[in-house]
Design a protein around this ligand. Sequence first.
Ligand code: ATP
Ligand code: MG
Length: 408
Amino acid sequence: MKQSKLFTKTEKKFPKDEVSFNAQLLIKAGFIDKLTGGIYSFLPLGLRVLKKIENIVRQEMNAIGGQEILMPALHPKNIWEKTGRWNTLDVLYKTKDLGGREFAFGPTHEEVVVPLVQKHIHSYKDIPFYTYQIQDKFRMELRAKSGLMRGREFIMKDLYSFHMDEKDLDKYYEKVKEAYFKVFQRMGLGEITILTFASGGSFSKYSHEFQTLSEAGEDTIYVCKKCRVAINKEIKNETPKCPECGGENFEEKKSIEVGNIFKLKDKFSKPFDLKVINEAGEMALIIMGCYGIGITRLVGTIAEIYHDDKGIIWPEAVAPFKVHLLSLGQDEEAEKLYDQLLKEKIEVLYDDRDISAGEKFADADLIGIPYRVVISKKSLASGGVELKKRNSEKSEILSAEKLLEKMK
Ligand code: ATP
Ligand code: MG
């Protein structure tokens, strides 16, 4: 894409009406726009990052048998009454239409997925199966002060699994755990994302959260010094020892909950009477699990973790483009290289704007694309183009052919 055609612009200064660092940085760099507290638009650059994250999650969910669907965001009141959550869920946004019919803006989708599944599943032979979506959620978050990390409207991946018994649920739960680690690893968060024991509610002893270490996090966890799993602060009193290894020494850390997994058992199959015929020919309640990942929260998390004082440093797997090509008064050569990069299907943002070199360099650092390629009089005189990685101080001169080879 040519940067001269990009309708969105970077800002010289951080926005004044935003308190969270991730949103300040992403607004300044032209990735997102703030509509109001906790509600953001994704601009062309930001949407590319979002889609990369979505696709990593999608691939890993498909790899564990997840079937993708898309459920509605607007929910009739009756399904929320059925589980009792119309009145008890404090984050529920509610609305009424002109005919007086009441609706909720979906904060999660158990109430939709269970009756949906009920229409299609009748026998133990249909079980187990797994279905997920990547979709907009709405929650009345009172403190929406963490930018993309706590939206009033945000995107979540929610996976639901359906089993005949708890043993089968346990087996799949472990599989999802592994898939989640792959997801976070692929985004460059593997090393700093910690499996954390959290309260399981009334249905199982623990649930698990995936907590990414960051000073910007809203959560506090206690990381076991022996085995590197953690316990969430909220259960720490009940769980003085590490549930994994029995260790008793912990380190207190701030963290961001990027995902969680939960054994629901029959919490939602019961109110909807989600039953199938089992092998003995009797009607049996289905056992469920649910598994979330905060897709938009991940965009904010990565910005919080990967930046320096000049701007963002995107991990390659989620970067909006692979190459940022800067022409310093050498448009003919640059245009040629741009076409070659496109031909090789290398994602490239080409800064063809009629502005100073200093402005181009500053924007390249701010936007944070992994490979910066400069074509200038100087680079051409020394035999080609200048290549510099965003996270490195060193640069090298190489021929256009070598560069193409390297970027493939
Ligand atoms: P939190 O404790 O942070 O409010 P939660 O326990 O309410 O999270 P879930 O309802 O299980 O979270 O949602 C699954 C995932 O969706 C979370 O792990 C998180 O990554 C993400 N998420 C939850 N609430 C928000 C929000 N308001 N904005 C952005 N992402 C969110
Ligand atoms: Mg919440």
